[in-house]
Design a protein around this ligand. Sequence first.
Ligand code: FES
Length: 151
Amino acid sequence: MQEPQLNSLYQQLILEHYRNPRNKGEMDDSQVEVHMRNPSCGDEIKLQLRVEHGRIADVRFTGQGCSISQAAVSMMTQLLKGKPVDDVGSMADRFTEMMHGDEEAAKDRRMGDLRALAGVSRFPVRVKCALLGFDALQEALRKLGDSSTEN
Ligand code: FES
C-alpha cells in the first residue's frame, strides 16, 4: 500500500519505530494475549500483556505489516509500560479520537510519539492500520476484565 505523505519529521519518527520497534518479541509469562488482523490487507499483530498490582508490568508484540501499523504498535507499547490498567482505556479512546481528526487529541502530550500519526487521519484507508494495535489493546482489556470478574 502506498505510504501517505506526512510531515517529514513525523515520517522519520514513524520509520524509526518501524525499523527499531520497541517491545517487539514474545513473552513467556503473559496474562493475556490477543491476535488482531486487518481484514483489508491481511497484516496482523499479536499483543501480550502482563499486569502486576494494577499496572502494565510488561507488554510485547509480534507481527508484520505496513510501517504505520507496526510503528503505531511500537509507540503504543512504549506508553503502556508502567501505566495503571484503569488509565489505559482512556488512552485508547484518545488515540481513536485523534485518528478521527480530533485536533485537541492530536496535541495531547500524554500521547507521546503517537502524535506523529495524527496526519494519518486524512487518509481514511490507513486509519485502520494505525488502530490495529489499539484494537488489540481494547480486546486485551476486555479479556482482562472478564478474567477478573470470573475470579
Ligand atoms: Fe495492512 Fe497497514 S496496510 S495494516
